[in-house]
Design a binder for this molecule. Structure first.
Ligand code: ZN
Length: 367
């Protein structure tokens, strides 16, 4: 009885909360904020910029004639001069499509206002539960461990000659061994590596392996280096994607870390874009995993905790699944380099990364 009562209270609060967030009356907001209205053939429009300001969009993109807007869990997508609009997974047919005039994307005010008033969001947790249940039903949960660099791409090199690619691979193999042992009885979880030996694999190939395996987690292992502070740079950090883009044809890359420039000028293969409805969820889950990795490493290592951070790395941006890139220590720092040579240190780091993955699987009830 008590359980049911709590549920009712919870749903009541949720309704209140969702109304505060989502009942956006664009027409009222436009009046209050004195936003310019454009009238074309007796239809009122506001600019896309004004709309974004009113709805406080978390994230948005205009790619050629396509517009994608994210508000929390909800994705809105439409095309210029196209009547079809997708709002939170539902398809609507507009009477007046968005258009371009005076170098602005113009949004039909009345129709958009109706959509915001009618929309009831599903909760984040519900989405996550659905996601996990779907995985459980349909397929194995696949973890792909990605030792950075390899072959002619050594990655960073320490003063004593220790190469990043070797450290990454050795630690990755230890993570794999640890996970396979710990997850022995969970036959629904599978573990793969992008490379098991010293071979070169481009960043595109790594993304393609992840897609081909339909991986659920992409876990990249790197060793850090600082150009300006080689002697003293110290600590471990884990990156989660700043944004995700799923492309049919991946942009060509050079070797190395694949850190993309911050200016988010969109990729050249724009027309190939497939937008993943769960993008914001996947970034959020990646952040949670990155935080667990940092938390576990901080318990085990005495080097500084540099935190879980957003990063614009190629493999984080183009893998369509939960993804993190961890930098386990600065190989350019001679003291750390010697530590990273030590088998016991590598084993400890490998186990710790494995523990972090297991902790995430537990939290998500995958095991
Ligand atoms: Zn690296």
């Amino acid at each position: 009885m008590k359980f049911i009562k709590n549920c009712l209270v919870f749903s009541f609060f949720f309704i209140l909360l969702s109304e505060v967030i989502y009942s956006i009356n664009l027409i009222d907001e436009v009046k209050i904020k004195k936003i310019p209205i454009y009238t074309i053939n007796n239809i009122q429009y506001i600019s896309l910029k004004s709309l974004l300001k009113i709805i406080n969009a978390d994230n948005w993109a205009k790619i050629e004639d396509r517009v994608f807007i994210f508000i929390g869990d909800t994705q809105i997508k439409f095309r210029i001069d196209d009547k079809i609009l997708i709002f939170g997974g539902k398809t609507y047919e507009l009477k007046n499509p968005p258009k371009i005039a005076l170098e602005e994307v113009l949004i039909p005010l009345e129709e958009f206002s109706q959509m915001f008033l009618n929309y009831t969001p599903s909760t984040k947790n519900q989405l996550k539960e659905d996601l996990v249940l779907e995985k459980k039903k349909d397929k194995k949960f696949v973890i792909l461990i990605d030792p950075g660099h390899g072959g002619h791409d050594s990655g960073a090199i320490g003063n004593y000659g220790l190469r990043e690619k070797d450290v990454n691979l050795d630690v990755a193999l230890r993570v794999e061994r640890y996970l396979k042992k710990q997850l022995e009885k969970y036959t629904s979880v599978e573990i793969y590596l992008t490379r098991k030996e010293d071979v070169f694999i481009s960043l595109e190939e790594r993304v393609n392996i992840a897609k081909g395996l339909n991986a659920d987690i992409f876990f990249s292992i790197h060793t850090n280096s600082s150009r300006f502070n080689r002697e003293n740079a110290d600590g471990f950090e884990t990156f989660y994607p700043a944004s995700k883009l799923e492309l049919n044809i991946l942009p060509k890359t050079t070797d190395g870390e694949g850190e993309l420039k911050e200016n988010n000028n969109l990729d050249p293969v724009l027309s190939q874009i497939i937008v993943n409805l769960n993008d914001t969820d996947i970034i959020d889950e990646s952040r949670i995993l990155a935080e667990i990795v940092q938390e576990k490493l901080a318990q085990r290592l005495i080097t500084p905790d540099r935190g879980a951070k957003r990063g614009n790395f190629y493999v984080l941006r183009y893998t369509p699944m939960i993804s993190v890139l961890t930098e386990i220590g600065f190989i350019c720092n001679p003291v750390i380099e010697l530590n990273l040579k030590d088998v016991e240190v590598r084993q400890a780091i490998g186990e710790t990364l494995g523990e972090a993955i297991i902790e995430y699987l537990r939290r998500r009830k995958i095991i």
